[in-house]
Design a protein around this ligand. Sequence first.
Ligand code: SF4
Length: 523
Amino acid sequence: MSQNVDNIQPSYPLFRNDEYKESLGNKRANFEEMHPAEKIQEVFEWTTTPEYQELNFQREALTVNPAKACQPLGAVLCALGYEKTLPYVHGSQGCVAYFRTYFNRHFKEPIACVSDSMTEDAAVFGGQKNMFDGLENAKALYKPDMIAVSTTCMAEVIGDDLNAFIGNSRKEGHIPDDYPVPFAHTPSFVGSHTTGWDNMQEGILRYFTLNYMEGKEVGSNGKINIIPGFETYLGNFRVIKRMLAEMDVPYTLLSDPEEVLDTPADGQFRMYAGGTTQDEVKDAPNALDTLLLQPWQSDKAKKFVQNTWNHDVPKLNIPMGLEWTDEFLMKVAEVTGKPIPESLAKERGRLVDMMTDSHAWLHGKRFALWGDPDFVMGMSKFLMELGAEPTHILCHNANKRWKKAMDKMLSESPYGQGATVHQGKDLWHLRSLVFTDKPDFMIGNSYGKFIQRDTLHKGKEYEVPLIRIGFPIFDRHHMHRDTTLGYEGAMYMLRTLVNAVLERLDEETRGMGTTDYNYDLIR
Ligand code: SF4
């Protein structure tokens, strides 16, 4: 074979070598029972038509290319944000391998997460024994200060009761009585990764505060609490901390995985790093108030904080773009009595300057987008602030109230008039939409590359370029370090969007002596 130790090649270009081409060709000819190329092309063309779209949108019982992940994945991310906490999933090992690799590929970091490896016998007799051994082993081997337990489909289908199992683990002496094991049931056949994050957050808050409210007094610690929701942009943790520091506002971030997802390569492996401490959670009811950064995906935590801690939890939108960052900072100022400093006012002014500089290129550009409910809402709002036009807005894991709020927001802007909101739809639906009503660009996660590829296959004039903002992003490096929140995040996104437009323009106008006639160096 042409692969050898002196010249090791990755799959590309290796598979373009003659012997691989021949081998793959033989496999295709002799074993794949493939349809003729003309037939494949005919079906491909059919799937790009309005007729196919109509059929596609009649799908009820089948999801193709979901634009969401499952609940325990979110629960794991939430648990990672707590100090010396080991996420533990009660259920099948394969699920946990999937969560770990999903985060590995996105963050390019090792992810600590264990399972109690339920197999056939546990599926029949219940997984209590797995949990006895699992909790004891995980504590002994990895020495966490807390184990946060969630569940996979298998444990949920057979109805395993985490409260009882963890209680029995204590009774039987597998874990000490006072050892923290908060938990959340995270059935994957309902909700999504954002629901799982919310469930685990509520589980942790409940564990440390529900029965310990005596002596707690709203406002007595002078802090505000921030609940980030399922957040994968590390820059967003940093920008929120920076803005609050500039306002001189003490705060507690309830789940802060910024450190553990970004450990340095200095020869020392850190299974745990940073994170919200148990003491901070216990003290959180004493804060002035709790603010949600992603309110459409934090229902359970919100209810708990309102009902148990008696916090107002004011109605806010995700602090994305200009107006909603203003709104967030003004609310922080109102709750804490601290003024917004000159440094942030200046930063805001710089963003406005950038928006003015770039608006001519973004005005009227049409974007299809997808992602989690708050991200999609914030991104649509920001696009309209830029004079760009969201066209097809898709969210697989939002509810009907969200759709109503989206429709209202879009109807209030001249730039939202051509938009359609698709709630509960998947990326195969989006594929149809970009063929029948072509936007200039798509904004979303890495999976959009297959849609871009398909549109290009139909012809260059049909191609819809993908702008990668969202989760997961596997096929580009380090984008999870960016920022999407606050004025700083808006600057990043604006830079990304306008440069995608200019990049495309360059691509379309580089014909020597034909299309290369103006603006080459002054855009
Ligand atoms: S959907 Fe269920 S089976 Fe699949 S990874 Fe998630 S928990 Fe596991």
